[in-house]
Design a protein around this ligand. Structure first.
Ligand code: PRX
Length: 634
């Protein structure tokens, strides 16, 4: 029997054991006791991991918004569901109750229906962190439309690629966005993107910055007047357990971004279950996750997980450095935040500033701290523990991915122990394994290998939108019968996991996944560039920064190098977004390659990190002579 809330260590071990011995009855109990179903399932699980096929709660019927909103109305209608904190400290926060959320989502859903959106249609959401973003996501879910949220920091080209890949019929955006001291013209970016997107019929525009925008007749509509005229009653679409809920794009090491598809019931059950346990959420807690809803963390742990538990979840529009580096802590004090969940890159950036920024606020409300997105280094962990948690709030280092839908390996605060830089133990239902390069599982403790998950869990992505073959090849062929995460990990003497980083060509910069291939493609589009290679190198705030090695064409040789560097970074900002800009660019005459022509990034990584003493055997390269030139030219 599984218990929804785990309260002590013994219970964790007992629950874990039963979840592994009998996963189906474990998840069945959780699903049965904690959610609203229009119809229960006929079967809990069907799977064939070799073919990348998984189904949970077969033939069950539900609507996730009934679970996240309607069912709380009876007892908690006036409780704050979303506490919105604006960018500007002068502007008032908004407390959106469950009742108001219900009204707003219902109206929005009716607007979507009125504009011709039906179950299964894709809707792209390109919005800043304003309440309309939450309403839009939930409105899609209400009517069974598949939302595809694109982070509002992506460029018009990146947006267009994502809109076209899943053939979105509608885009929901705003006139602009406030981010710290800056105003960003989102609508202009959308207009630019839509020049390349024939599939989009309608654009809904929320007004935030009141900036000057152009509305294309019959295509663009201001949102508010439509909402004002919409009914606040909206019958939810009854969804099958395996009906798609959303697509979320993530970078791959090659090719275009992967539209990870998540389905309804399994995702809901897992997001809700993990939220409750990992944050030990209790009635009246005020929980804050600083992520953007544009990433999976925002989907699962700002919206769906907390709302399914009837929690109060904070949504912050701004940035940690505005108006100064004390903003996070000012918000924690003001709203008496009880659980605070952020990224190592934010912690490192804040730890560099004067301690006064954190010390001057009362953080005594905090009970649990969390991190996500990349490995947290020891120094940042201790700073977080000492100065934010005052050594009394356990830190949950939560390992997971866009693909996994929810947290997979993490301490459970006040229940299982923590260890600096370790994600520690798998959650109930999660069966990790470490594999060697030959595909054999490495057993025992004090070992290191490639991290796989050996058994399906409810919130795993079901496919890559439009390309099941790629899904299968990327995640299920390296170690047949298991899901391969792309990460390396070690297991210590007592069985705790520590994630060591990516083992493929994905680089994590400030917690954002960036594939090398799309960045190289962007650089190579510059007319002066012949070829390029990107690697990551250690950076004290971002974790990793990007180092680009660029070979110029003849026409580039005579050009001013500093101008070229600026143009190359502009090319990247236009094609992908400012987050993918290179910190360093080195012009080189050649790139080290294997005899089959593959770029040896291992060598380039070492040069970028100044670790040139131990480059390994380079004699097998096609062109070993270029290596010395690259080192000298650094
Ligand atoms: O390399 C791991 C790293 O982030 C990757 C997943 O990125 P994304 O899909 O963008 O999702 C991020 C938010 C869930 C992983 O493959 N990663 C994530 N969390 C951790 C981590 N690395 C170490 N420790 C973590 N806690």
């Amino acid at each position: 029997m599984g218990s929804y809330k785990i309260d002590n260590l013994e219970q964790y071990f007992a629950t874990y054991r039963s979840s592994v011995e009998n996963p189906e009855s474990f998840w069945e109990t959780i699903a049965e006791e904690n959610f609203v179903w229009r119809k229960k399932w006929d079967k809990v699980l069907e799977h064939n991991l070799k073919e990348a096929e998984v189904k949970w709660f077969l033939n069950a019927k539900l609507n996730i918004t009934e679970n996240c909103i309607d069912r709380h109305l009876e007892t908690n209608a006036d409780k704050t569901a979303i506490l919105w904190e604006p960018n500007d400290t002068e502007e008032k926060p908004r407390h959106i109750s469950y009742k108001e959320l219900h009204e707003q989502v219902s109206k929005f859903a009716n607007v979507l229906r009125e504009k011709g959106i039906q179950k299964g249609d894709r809707v792209c959401i390109y919005l800043p962190m304003i309440p309309e973003l939450a309403f839009a996501v939930l409105a899609c879910a209400r009517i069974g439309a598949i939302h595809s949220v694109v982070f509002a920091g992506f460029s018009s080209t990146a947006l267009a690629t994502r809109i076209n890949d899943s053939e979105c019929k509608m885009v929901i955006t705003s006139d602009g966005a406030f981010r710290g001291g800056k105003t960003i013209d989102l609508k202009k970016i959308v207009d630019e993107a839509l020049k390349e997107c024939e599939c989009v019929e309608t654009v809904l525009v929320a007004e935030r910055t009141k900036s000057n925008i152009e509305l294309v007749p019959n295509r663009d509509f201001l949102l508010q007047p439509l909402l004002d005229n919409a009914s606040q009653h909206c019958e939810p679409e009854i969804m099958d357990a395996e009906d798609p809920l959303f697509i979320l794009y993530t970078s791959g090491s090659t090719g275009k971004p992967k539209g990870m598809l998540h389905t309804t019931a399994g995702y809901m059950v897992y997001a809700a279950y993990t939220f409750k346990n990992i944050f030990q959420y209790q009635e009246n807690d005020i929980y804050w996750c600083t992520a953007d809803v544009g990433w999976i963390t925002g989907h699962s742990y700002i919206l769906y997980g907390p709302l399914a538990n009837g929690a109060t979840t904070v949504m912050f529009e701004g940035v940690p450095s505005y108006p100064d580096f004390g903003r996070f802590w000012e918000i924690v004090q003001k709203h008496k935040i009880t659980q605070f969940y952020t990224a190592p890159t934010a912690i490192r950036a804040l730890a560099k500033e004067n301690l006064d920024f954190v010390e001057k606020y009362d953080l005594s409300s905090v009970k649990v701290l969390g991190t996500v997105g990349e490995p947290i280094n020891e120094e940042a962990w201790h700073w977080y523990n000492d100065h934010v948690g005052k050594k009394k709030s356990p830190i949950v280092d939560t390992w997971w991915q866009t693909e996994t839908g929810g947290i997979m390996i993490s301490p459970i605060p006040y229940v299982t122990p923590t260890k600096p830089t370790y994600a520690t133990l798998p959650l109930p239902g999660i069966q990790p394994g470490l594999m060697d390069e030959n595909g054999k599982e490495i057993l025992g403790n004090q070992v290191e290998g490639r991290l796989c998950i050996k058994f399906p869990w409810p919130s795993m992505a079901r496919t890559i939108w439009g390309n099941h073959q790629r899904y299968k090849e990327t995640y299920f062929t390296a170690f047949p019968g298991t899901y391969f995460t792309g990460d390396g990990a070690l297991r210590d003497e007592v069985g705790y996991y520590r994630i060591t980083g990516r083992v493929d060509d994905v680089i994590i910069v400030s917690g954002h996944n960036l594939g090398t291939a799309p960045i190289e493609d962007a650089i190579n589009e510059h007319p002066a560039v012949a070829e390029s290679a990107i690697v990551g190198f250690p950076h004290d705030v971002k974790g990793n920064a990007l180092y680009g090695y660029v070979i110029l064409k003849e026409i580039g040789e005579g050009r001013n190098r500093e101008n070229l560097k600026k143009e190359i970074n502009q090319e990247i900002a236009d094609k992908i977004g400012p987050i993918a800009k290179l910190d360093k660019i080195q012009f080189v005459s050649g790139l080290p390659k294997t005899r089959s022509g593959k770029i040896m990034r291992r060598i380039l990584r070492k040069i970028a990190a100044n670790e040139t003493e131990n480059l390994g055997d380079i004699s097998t390269l096609l062109n070993p002579e270029v290596v010395e030139g690259i080192i000298k030219g650094k």
